[in-house]
Design a protein around this ligand. Sequence first.
Ligand code: PEP
Ligand code: MN
Length: 361
Amino acid sequence: MNGMAAGKTTGLKQQRPVIIAGPCSAESPEQLMETAGALKEGGKVDYFRAGLWKPRTLPGSFEGVGSEGLKWLKMVKEETGMKVATEVGSEKHVFEALKYDIDLLWIGARTVSNPFVVQEIAESLRGVDIPVLVKNPLNPDLELWYGAINRFMKAGIREVGAIHRGFSTWGKSIYRNSPIWEIPRALKERMPGLLIICDPSHIAGKRSLVPLIAGRSIDEGLDGLMIEVHPAPEHALSDAAQQLRPQAFSGLMNDLDIKSPSEIKDEKSMIDELSSEIDMIDDLLVRTIASRMELTRQIEKIGDSRYRMTQKPILKQKTFARLYGLAMEDGLRPDFINRLFDEIEKESLHIETSSHRVIVK
Ligand code: PEP
Ligand code: MN
């Protein structure tokens, strides 16, 4: 649906979603072939991915098998017929990858943060017809992302796309890299024809969250997915917590409920409408509770008459019986009504005792 630029033929799939899958890192020819075999069988994958040169946060971590893995990717391509993709982070990586007929290159988040390196890579690709996908930089900086994409376009790359892989944040988050959906949305607004896919693996950081983010990104209208898949993720040499087993990946592909843009729009507007009604009711609830408390204050002003003291327990009993009846009629659990009015009672009591205190003063 979203090719790079209208009117140009592209190697990237025209139909949503574009699916890229494979291990975070190539570890051995056997691991690559086993993963590729399983992915090929599922029939949903457009590009098989594997990282060869791994930009690791900490020194001493597994830094990839390097150029050696290019032969393995070539073997995957020859034996399965799948197209293959890898990350490049320097001019040298580009030359090596091109020697081995890699079909798609992506630029990692750490590299995108450095315009010198991005420019160097873009220059090294001048005159080469290969799709390049640019991940978002680590920090939530739309300009930097846009700038990197532009450097590739200006170098004459015909098919440039983007990958939303989330953004680093300081402090606790359930995500490894927070998805800030406004940023790919703004990028799409600025470059309407641009293919933007999502990498839920690096956003989630853990397997269990990958399907949710994948589904959400499709509902956001993004054009595809890059997902990390490993035959034995717990033994993976990088990103062990976030890679899916081939079986889980194929389950995800089957469960991905791909909606049309108009269905998504309808869903969004219904949710927005209902949420604003809930907001109105919540406002009303607070105002109503405040009015109720005001009545408590007025009764309190009358003081502890004998009538009030004798009526109070009877009234309370009657009130609860009435409220339970209402709750049952409207499908609310009596236990919930009990807890709710217990809290309201507590607050009323607080008002009563604090106004006593004022009187004592
Ligand atoms: C990767 O795709 O394995 C990777 C290193 O990703 P990122 O650049 O998004 O961290
Ligand atoms: Mn990874």
